[in-house]
Design a protein around this ligand. Sequence first.
Ligand SMILES: [Zn+2]
Length: 406
Amino acid sequence: MGENFILKMKGIAYCVVRSGRFLRTTHYALFFVILSGLFFVGCGGAGSGDIATEVTEMLPTLAVTAVPVTIPPTKTDIPQTETPPPTATPLPTATMSPELVETAVPTATPIDRSCPAASPEKPDYERNVVAADRLPTPNPALLEPHFWLVKPLPDEQLLALNLTYPYGSDGNGRYLLHNGLDSLADKGVDVLAAGAGTVAYAGEDADVLYGWRCDWYGNLVVIEHDELWQGQPVYSLYGHVLDVFVEMGQRVEAGDRVAEVGFGGVATHPHLHFEVRVGRNEFSATRNPLLWLAPETGRGVIVGRLVDGEKRPWQGTRVTLIDGSSEEVEFIDTWTYLDDPEHLINPDEDYAENFVFGDLAAGNYELFAKIQGIEYRQSVAVKDGELSFVEIVTEPFMTPTREVED
Ligand SMILES: [Zn+2]
């Protein structure tokens, strides 16, 4: 699959948030303003608040340890065979040596697929703290991107990521954890298979659990892709769709029309919710789709780790990507992955990341995070079709100083 289709992908735009406004895609700004009042589930509304202010007050960089590594792309059609304890810990010497190569293993257990009547109660996620468990340490020298999938929308349809509700976030406290990515698109726009495979599910989820509760996606399609990754099946899921044009068991190729964009289930406006599941076709088995979607020509992806010296990931911490290449400096926010008791958000087995910026124009950027009063900045280059790996190692988590954002 892959190359031809990737070449056909054009015109993906990205939304940029600055002081709560979307730039470049001003029509989306209006759209979002309207939508933010609706409190719809499935796409966040408002943007960030005071980033511009904060950035103008930056202090000299302190204690930054980061190694950006750009990883060359591989052919997209070749599988790879083959709430922390609040105790202050001694400051270890931060090291970037990737001596340990572990494999992240999803710890979630298979879930009860019977249909709950209501959404689960939203956990009170902890923010700006490090997790109890350390992340595996990836070896940048061994990393290869697995951009196996292609944009599940027509060429002319922008990816139009909803940046306020990225994978692993709760939309700044408004929603349940997000385990996919949302693309704004009009009702009726074709939804395309992101890769070749077999339809594993097509239809309603009124009687079968695919999301937080039944009838979460309304209608959905799940494709099990042909290739195994590290011996595990890979699935893509298309949620909130309207008409479904495929049946279970049907073969599909990348780019085949499988459904139409809609607003089924809990969605209150049309958008495509896209998931990638690895190992099991279950809600608890997702990965960040931006690490699976091949970037459009001229664009790339940043995969990052924000960890303390013991490799424990920061949770719910804002990371800002600063693009100073144009006259008007642009800021894109994301948040490091939150965790919950069921471990529904999973870092990639290879990258062991806790944040991702996808669909970025190639160029030079700066990452910024402010944690417990210390500011961290790191330059990173985004290259055409490539994955740039960044790790920022922070000062130790200190208690009881828990920074509260906003
Ligand atoms: Zn979604």
